[in-house]
Design a binder for this molecule. Sequence first.
Ligand code: ADP
Length: 564
Amino acid sequence: MTFSRTRAVKNRATAPATALSEKAGVRPDLFGGHEVAFEALVENALVGVGFHVGRTLVWANQKMAEMLGYEQHELIGVSVRLFYASRKDYLEVGREYQRLTSPQGYVHERKLKRKNGEVIWCLISGKRINPTDSKSPSVWVLQDITARKLAEEALTKVNEQLEQQVQARTLKLQNLNRSLLEEVSMRRAMELQLLVSREKYQAIFRNLSVGIVVTDFSGRIVEVNRAMHAYAGTRELAAFLDQIQVPEAVIQADATKVSLMAFLERIAPSEPRSISRAQISWVVEPRSRDFSVVASRLSSGGLGVAYIFEDITEQKLAREREMEQRQSLAHGGRLALMGQMATTLAHELGQPLNASQSYLASIRYRLKSELSERPDVLEAFELAERHLEQAGQIVRSVRSFVSLRQTPPTQVNMKEWLDRTLALLAPRLRASRTHVELDIPKTRELPWVRANSVEIQQVLMNLMVNAMDAMQEVRILDKAILIRIRRERGRRVCVTVADNGPGVQVRPASKVFDDYFTTKARGLGMGLAISRTIVESHDGELRLTRVKGWPGAAFRFTLCAEGV
Ligand code: ADP
């Protein structure tokens, strides 16, 4: 089978092969007698095979003819220039081939042109039959690699496209990355700035000398600064929150007492950016401080209200001291004036009083026998003498009071003191039809007090005269004065004088103690002021009070019991 096929091939190609051998100058015995088999092999090879002499094709197999699109015989004797796609290729291969001396031959990939102009890719390998002879004919083998090349080209194209896409993507990614990096660094810068400003504000917040409390939108306390903790006597938020629950620790301007927490809730403004202010006293045992508080509703940051506490205790004290000083200066001025007047009065009155006393004594002496028969006149004489004596003592005590040489206090029997005062006022009480109701302990239970007898007599007299004055319009039956003496806890003795008059009309009622305050046409307005000064100089106090069953005014003063 193989043989007959070889024969068939031989029949088809012998002639040209023989011609080829001859043309190439190849010895006919070159193939060792097997040239027929060899030719058949070459003829039927799956690759194109051609013999060149110089650059002329002297024989080509069927496959080469197929590859180049010619009839086999058309290829004989043609220059290979015909097949190169360009002159450049032709010359380049020629140069390479001339230099070729290696036994491996020359292998290259080229584009070749088919007869119909179509271009194909071929792997071309050429080899001199005698490598050392540059004139030696050569054998060329062509392999059609168009499909591979096209695939390669397509692949390259796809690769290029891919590359382009990758490049485009890379560029895009790079850009994205760059902008991301820029954003990151911008954010970092912003965060840093924020941190710096936050730290700055936190440092200010922490170290401000005013107390600060910040709540969130729900009213929950979230921040308390150092100064505020110092006011509360706390160090941590939890302790602070406990401290502000203490009831009645805050005294508000209207004197009501609440916890600090309740106060904070009360003054929290409801509108954003609005502000409310208050002044309070805040008691954190053992001390109490005065604060000016400003609360403002914040508008951002999820925050609620910021409260600022300014400690005004010292300012307030300084203001009060200043007021006191001013008042005492004014008071002092008035007192000095009064003192001058009193000294003048005492001086002026001293003489006529002394004279009256001696005249009265001489009349009494002269009328001695008559008076023994007229006890009523005698009583009037004695009263007149006592009044004069009292007046003399008042003048003396005014002198010593003003000159600061006060009569030293003595032990005063209260029963005697009361009796003497009532005796002095008896004519006036009678004239005004005023009844005196005594509510006092039994005589032996009545304490002794340490006092300046004349001064405290003056106080009781002032109160009783005022009571009588107040009851001028009262029905005679109702004209009554209550004098109540009570021994209180410790050393205090308390004397109350109440009446049935209309009571103190002025508001505030405490005004009656002011210097020169009077509602009487001929009043001086000094009675109660002097009485209070006297009582206070005895370590006691004089104030307005109420007594059940006595609708008018009631004054109460205290003295110190002796020897307890
Ligand atoms: P004066 O008697 O000169 O007015 P006082 O200081 O003794 O001065 O009294 C001051 C004022 O207090 C009186 O003018 C009067 O308005 C009021 N007052 C004092 N005592 C009474 C009283 N018992 N009832 C009502 N008002 C009184």
